[in-house]
Structure formats: C-alpha cells, structure tokens
Design a protein around this ligand. Structure first.
Ligand code: HEC
Ligand code: HEC
Length: 585
C-alpha cells in the first residue's frame, strides 16, 4: 500500500514536481559540482552535466524518484564528492545533501536556468555614483571610490550565487589589504547592490594605493564620444566633485582577482606600507615589483624578533615529514605579535636537502651566534602567514635567503585548480583559497620524540617543540581569531551562512575571472551593450571581425580573458570599446 502510494507520487510528481526543489538543487550543484561536471570534456572525465537532468538520467547518475539508486546523491551523501583532497573547493552542507535527496525523491524536476535580471544601464550607474558623491561631505569626497559588478548582474550566464560570492570576496580582499584595526564595510549605493562605495582612508589607503590599481586596470573607459552626451556630463560632474580626473570606479571581480596576487598584492600590502620599502621602491634598478623585500623587513615592521624567540624558547615549533602541501619535510613555527595576533612561518625543504631530516637538524636555521649551528638545518624557502590588526591575514613567500618571491617553485608545488589563473601557487590568492578557515591542522611533530640531540640541545628542542596537544591549541586559537574576524567582515553580505559553510569566495571569483571562457553575452555585458547589439556590430563592422571577435557569433563561441586583456598597452577590450563608440581611458 505504502509502496504503491509512493510509486504513484513519484510518477505523478515527475512532470509537476515542486519547482522550488529544482531551483535549490540547481544552486547546490552549481556551487559544488558544475566546475568538474559540465558534460563531455569535463575535468572529471564523466559525460554528465549536473545541471541537465536529461544527461543525468541518460548517464544513469540520477534515477528520478529513487535517490537511493542515484549515484549523484550517493556520491554526495558518502562524502566522496566533491573530491576530498581539494581544501580550496566548497563542500555541500548536510542540508544541501538533504535538499538533493528531496529533489530526486520528488521526481528530479529539470533545473531551470537562472532568472533573467533586468539590465542595469550605464547611465543609472553613473547617476548612482553622482548622487552618492553629492550626498557625501566635501571632505570625504576625495576619498570615495567604487567597485562595480553590474556587468555580472547584466550577464545572463551569471547566477545569483556568483553575485553574492563576489560581494563577500570584495569585503574579504579589501580588509585583507588593510592595516587598520577596524574592519571596513563596502556599502551598496544602488538598489540592485551592484555598486559598492568604499572610503579608502578607512582602509588606510592613500591616492597612491588607488593609482597602483589603476596602473594595471585594463577596463577604464570614458564617454565623451558616445551619442548620449549626458553620460559625459555626469562623469564630468563626478570628476569636478572629487577634484580628480582619474577613474573613480573599478570592477569588483577584476580587483578581487588581480589585487589578491603579486605584483599588486605585494604593492598594496607592503610596498606602500612598510616605511623601509619606500626608498627601495624608488631604486631604478628595482622597477615594478622589487624583490628587495625580505622576511626580516616584515618581522621588523611587526615587531617580531625571530632569533630572540628561537633563543628564548618563546617560539613554538612542529616538524614533520609528510606535509599535506609539499609532500616533503617541513617545519612550522609560531611567534606572538604584541597586538595579540600571530606570525607563522614555515621552513620548507627540497627533497635533495641533506639537512631536511629535522630530527637530526632540529635547531636551525643557521645564523651567526646560533649556539646549535652543528644541529641547524638550512632551509630552501618559507611561507608566512601573519595576522593583520583587523584579525584577517597577510601572506608572504620567501626563498632560502628570505627574499620575497611571487610564486612557489612550480616543480615543488602546483595548483591544478589554477586558482591564481595558472598552476602557480602565488602569495595571496592561493594561500587565501587553501587557508579558507585560517590555520590548517598539520601532521604530528616528529622532532620532540625522535630527535637525537643531547644535553643543552636536547633541552632546547624540548622548549621549542611542545607536545602535540599544546601545539594544536595554538593552531586552533589562531584559526578561531581569523574565522571570527572574517565572519564579522562578511556579515553584511550573508544570510545566516558562516565562513565555514561558504565556499572560499576570493579563490572562487579569481578562478571564474581568469578561467571562465567569455561568451557573446559576457563580452556584451562588459561593454555596457546588449548582446543583440554586439552581434549586429560584429556582423556589420569589418574592424571588429579583424580583431577576432567573429568567433563569438558561433553557437558556444568564446574568447579567453587573457586575450581580452592583451596587449597590455591597448587591450582588445579597449579596441573593441572604441569601435562601439567609447573613449578608452
Ligand atoms: C574538482 C573536481 C570535481 C568536483 C568539484 C566534483 N567532482 Fe565528481 N568527479 C570528479 C572526478 C575526477 C571523478 C572521477 C574519479 C572518481 O570517481 O573519483 C568524479 C566522479 C563523480 C561521479 C561518478 C563516480 C562516483 O564516484 O560516483 C559522480 C556521481 C560525481 N562525481 C558527482 C559529483 C557531485 C554530485 C559533485 C558535487 C557535489 C561533484 N561530483 C563534484 C571530480 C569532481
Ligand atoms: C594546496 C593548499 C595550500 C596552499 C595553496 C597553501 N597552503 Fe599553507 N598549508 C596547507 C596545509 C595542508 C597546511 C598544514 C600543514 C602541512 O600539511 O604542511 C598548511 C600550513 C601552512 C602554515 C603553517 C600553519 C598552519 O596553518 O598549519 C603556513 C605558515 C602556511 N601554510 C603558509 C602558506 C602560505 C603563505 C601560502 C601561500 C603562498 C600557503 N600556505 C598556501 C595547505 C596550503
């Protein structure tokens, strides 16, 4: 009886199953699965597309009405999917798994395409900025800047989850580039919440910070030659109010993806902040991103004396052989900051390094006056995480000598997810993506137990390398500091979700920005025009076809972000914009 009733329900439910379940299922599958399961040619090697119920049924991964026999549900329920070895990736919550179960049980209705959103016109954006400046006090106006994501809103391929992730990432990146103690909240200035105002002074930024961004910003346009002259008038009024001609708005997704990695990440976080670096920056032999910064510069600025803490035993350490990152031997070390925060440093070793056997060489690194130099390792590089005054984290990568480097050696560690735009592990976004909830639990220390050191050296090993439980407490305490601060930073943009439950937003936005192929709709949205108009222009204008845009007219035709932004001197984006009547800036 019961089975019969269920059967009928499943059969009946199929055509008109609750559309809300399918919408929710779509959100979950988009967020957690689609990157690797979007049909033939996907990263997973499987042919099903998680958003296409037809293909899920054809490939036998979903049996409508029978979640127990649906591989899609089982893979999530067992925790097998998404793959566990990818800490950067979002994971579905227990409620999400339950929602997938309910969706399949109720007949697995087709997942609808995201609702189209009404387009936000360029003019309404400019008017919103003008109004915001008019309402601000004269003294504040020169410090106001704007981050926009209207082009994402206007792109029908972008779902609402991505818009929310972008807002959260904006708050996270800005506060990760601030040395102020107080967290800064970007404030939406239009009803659609696609333009955010920030008082850069509250981030501790000056005009130099903004200009450093503009220098590499490929999307600045002005409107003098457009048919609608009112756009130029509003823009001029904006410049007049600020007493500054330079662009006042940049794209949020660009900023999130580009200011979270060197060179811009280092410029904003260090070069414009650490007083010692300012004169070095002027050195003509070190133009753009000077490698003349060392870990010692940062330690000096933070008031951390690594050597003294080593000698006094104030530092705490853990050494182990099977790092989850490098697969090689590794030593990690914590120093306290006077502000109550932390300075974590890893000492990394190449596999060929003889001193990497930490139980034999536990008391490195070698330095003049190290009383234990005969037991001192010599490391090949290091990774640093420190707390910022607002509780978020800063990151630095260094070589064997402590010199700042942009990326880890690719032969040692690579990121197949290409979070930074390619496989390199870079300072900033790569660290942010993996350390999404701060400190990561490391394998057990092997030095305290297995070191062969004797006498003074033995005592010193015991001071520096605590019992595992004591060491874990530091990791846990610092993890909580970060998560609590980050939760406060993103609170205005979430609806009950937590840092732990959400995917890591900066890596998400960065991967999407760099890697998502650009369709006609995306290109059109980035150029403030409708897709139909862009299509017409490409068909009619031989210059646009010469630029290589004809491929966008093909069904499924795309171009790559890197091509869109090159050459740096006059990117394809600007060449195209000019053909459409804009003045590239
Ligand atoms: C980082 C890429 C990645 C993500 C994200 C991912 N998968 Fe997979 N998936 C794979 C790979 C690779 C395989 C094949 C290898 C394997 O079975 O481990 C696979 C296999 C599968 C299979 C068939 C084999 C099996 O284990 O049942 C199912 C079903 C599946 N994934 C569902 C999902 C679902 C549902 C999600 C989202 C909750 C998801 N996957 C997220 C990469 C991914
Ligand atoms: C692929 C993921 C991944 C990336 C990318 C990554 N880490 Fe880690 N990190 C880990 C894991 C896992 C641990 C735990 C210890 C271990 O397994 O070695 C860790 C530990 C650390 C530690 C010791 C404190 C702790 O959390 O246990 C520091 C310091 C550190 N990482 C710095 C960095 C910096 C700086 C970057 C960016 C350049 C970075 N990491 C990028 C995965 C990553």
């Amino acid at each position: 009886m019961c089975g019969f009733a269920l059967n009928i329900q499943a059969q009946d439910a199929k055509p008109e199953a609750d559309p809300k379940l399918a919408i929710r299922a779509g959100e979950i599958l988009r967020q957690n699965c689609v990157r690797c399961h979007k049909g033939t040619g996907s990263e997973s090697g499987y042919a099903f597309n998680v958003l296409d119920i037809g293909s899920l049924a054809d490939e036998g991964v979903v049996v409508a009405g029978d979640h127990g026999n649906s591989e899609l549900f089982n893979a999530m329920f067992s925790g097998r999917m998404p793959p566990k070895n990818r800490p950067q990736l979002p994971r579905p919550s227990a409620e999400d798994v339950e929602a997938i179960k309910n969706w399949i049980a109720a007949g697995a209705a087709p997942i609808p395409a995201p609702e189209p959103r009404p387009v936000i016109e360029l003019k309404s954006e400019l008017l919103a900025i003008q109004k915001h400046l008019q309402d601000a006090s004269r003294d504040d106006r020169p410090n106001l800047r704007y981050f926009r994501m209207s082009h994402l809103h206007n792109d029908p391929k972008v779902d609402t989850g991505t818009l929310q992730t972008t807002r959260i990432a904006l708050a996270k990146v800005l506060n990760s580039l601030s040395w102020e103690a107080v967290l800064v909240e970007p404030k939406a200035i239009n009803p659609e919440q696609t333009i955010y105002a920030v008082d850069i002074a509250s981030l501790g930024w000056t005009r130099d910070h903004w200009n450093a961004m503009l220098k590499s910003y490929p999307y600045a346009l002005s409107y003098g030659s457009l048919d609608d002259s009112s756009l130029k008038d509003i823009d001029d009024d904006i410049s007049d109010m600020r007493r500054d001609q330079s662009p006042v708005v940049v794209r949020a997704d660009w900023m999130i993806a580009v200011a979270s990695k060197p060179p811009l990440y280092y410029s904003l976080l260090f070069d414009l902040e650490l007083p010692e670096l300012v004169p070095r920056r002027a050195d003509p032999k070190n133009p753009a991103n000077p490698k003349s910064m060392t870990d010692a510069d940062l330690e000096h600025y933070l008031g951390v004396d690594v050597i003294r803490n080593f000698l006094s035993g104030k530092a705490v350490r853990s050494g182990y052989t099977e790092s989850g990152v490098s697969g090689q031997n590794r030593l990690i070390e914590r120093h306290p900051l006077k502000s109550g925060g932390f300075y974590w440093k890893s000492y990394d070793f190449k596999s060929s390094n003889r001193t990497a056997i930490l139980s034999e060489f536990p008391l490195g690194p070698k330095f003049h006056d190290n009383p234990f130099n005969d037991l001192a390792f010599e490391h090949d590089g290091g990774e640093i995480i420190f707390s910022l005054p607002n509780g978020l984290q800063g990151y630095l990568l260094v070589d064997a000598k402590g010199n700042r480097i942009d990326a880890g050696p690719i032969e040692v560690v690579g990121d197949s997810l290409k979070t930074s735009g390619n496989e390199q592990i870079v300072a900033g976004v790569s660290c942010i993506a993996c350390h999404r909830v701060g400190m990561i639990e490391s394998p057990d220390d092997e030095v305290r137990l297995f070191s062969g050191a004797v006498n003074d050296a033995r005592d010193h090993v015991r001071r520096l390398y605590p019992e595992n439980d004591d060491f874990r407490k530091w990791l846990e305490q610092d993890r909580r500091t970060f998560v609590n601060s980050l939760q406060r930073a993103i609170e205005p943009f979430v609806h009950g979700e937590t840092v732990e439950s959400l995917p890591e937003p900066v890596g998400e936005v960065s991967r999407r920005y760099h890697l998502e192929p650009m369709s006609l709709e995306t290109v059109a949205a980035e150029l403030h025009v409708e897709a139909a108009r862009l299509r017409g222009s490409i068909e009619a204008d031989p210059k646009l076809r010469e630029l290589g845009l004809r491929v966008l007219l093909r069904d499924g035709g795309t171009i790559k972000r890197a091509a869109w932004e090159s050459p740096a001197a006059f990117p394809l984006m600007k060449q195209t914009a000019r053909q459409l009547g804009f003045d590239p800036r």
